[in-house]
Design a protein. Structure first.
Length: 334
């Protein structure tokens, strides 16, 4: 039997600080009603002064390792998806590696924004199937809150995003009796829309990378053409979901659980309706965490597993869309 990448442990972490829609009303002209109606978000978690991405990533990673019954030293590699790194370079994964007490385990960040976890999963899956590694930690981690314009100018974006991390341990499975593993991953991108959802400065294309003027213009805050992104998300997500199912050789009805990126509850309802996915096969947590970009899907996986909603032998379909544009879908036998 060919080697399959089996998820043997999941974990997540979010900051303790809960930021309600009512709290945001104090900082900008917005309302709980607008945020709930347009996005489904009720609250999100934001880090406190002393917390950063590596803190969240470490907690999520340790929980995933514990669930897998492994020690950090058992890992062969760490792949971490993020768009909000601890530092612009080297990213977050290197800080995580150090926190885990690892001295030379290879690690790197993947920059595929909201599809970052699925891109990272594809890389981990390839490492295992090629025989290069036996155990890979795949992480999604974001701290958005330190980079949001929490004034009326930035309200269209600021109310949507939250902080969090999720992690999954992938292990090589060559047991012919055990069907668990990644069955397919399909990745797509469309760079012509890179500026529809992006963070312009600091940027190495700028000379210099950052100026007071850029700061005054707020170019260091994310910019998004919301309706344009929405339209593409609801088209691309069903497309790639079906493509991944076909690649996995499974029927849509056989899937036990569908987990979508958590950018907007309306997007997910739209996608589910268009594919006639029954509500009991869907799980969302955007109501509690907002949009945690690359962390959204591994956080959903960890919650679903912890709550018994995702069990061994079940089929799970994962789908994401985000900045880049990037979009992706995977099918796993749990
Ligand atoms: O994770 C990466 C992928 N991201 C996404 O998929 C996000 C996709 N886009 C969306 O989810 C939606 O477009 C949003 C939730 C971002 C916005 O919803 P919308 O229904 O597209 O609203 P809109 O941007 O067209 O804004 C409608 C109105 C505007 O006012 P006017 O021009 O009609 O007077 C905005 O200025 O709502 C106003 N507005 C707000 N009002 C209260 C924008 N942000 C806010 C706010 N509170 N926070």
């Amino acid at each position: 039997m060919n080697v399959r990448a089996k998820v043997t442990g999941t974990g997540m972490d979010v900051p303790d600080r809960v930021v309600t829609n009512a709290e945001l009303e104090k900082y900008m002209e917005t309302s709980d009603e607008w945020i709930r109606q347009r996005s489904g978000i009720e609250e999100r978690r934001w880090v406190t002064e002393e917390q950063g991405p590596a803190d969240l990533a470490e907690a999520a990673a340790r929980r995933a390792l514990e669930a897998a019954g492994l020690e950090p030293g058992d890992l062969d590699c760490i792949v971490l998806g993020t768009l909000s790194p601890e530092a612009d370079f080297p990213g977050t994964s290197f800080f995580l590696q150090d926190r885990l007490g690892l001295s030379e385990t290879p690690c790197f960040d993947v920059r595929a924004q909201c599809s970052g976890f699925l891109y990272s999963l594809a890389i981990g899956d390839s490492f295992l199937r090629s025989g290069q590694y036996r155990r890979v930690l795949v992480v999604g981690c974001e701290v958005h809150s330190t980079g949001l314009d929490v004034s009326t100018r930035g309200r269209d974006v600021a109310v949507l995003f939250g902080d969090g991390a999720g992690a999954a341990v992938l292990e090589a499975n060559d047991d012919p009796e055990d069907p668990s593993g990644v069955l397919s991953v399909r990745l797509h991108a469309q760079g012509k829309y890179a500026r529809k959802l992006w963070l312009e400065a600091p940027g190495s294309a700028l000379h210099p990378r950052f100026t007071q003027e850029m700061y005054d213009q707020g170019l260091h805050f994310p910019q998004m053409e919301g309706k344009f992104v929405f339209k593409h998300a609801v088209t691309r997500m069903p497309e790639v979901l079906l493509e991944a199912l076909e690649a996995a050789g499974v029927k849509q009805d056989d899937v036990d659980l569908f987990l979508f990126h958590q950018a907007n509850l309306r997007i997910n309802e739209y996608v589910a309706n268009s594919l006639e996915i029954p509500p009991e096969k869907l799980r969302n947590n955007i109501q509690r965490y907002g949009n945690c970009s690359a962390a959204a899907i591994p956080m959903l996986l960890a919650e679903a597993e912890a709550e018994g909603a995702l069990r061994r032998g079940q089929l799970v379909s994962l789908t994401a869309f985000g900045s880049g544009f990037s979009w992706a879908s995977a099918v796993l036998r749990w």
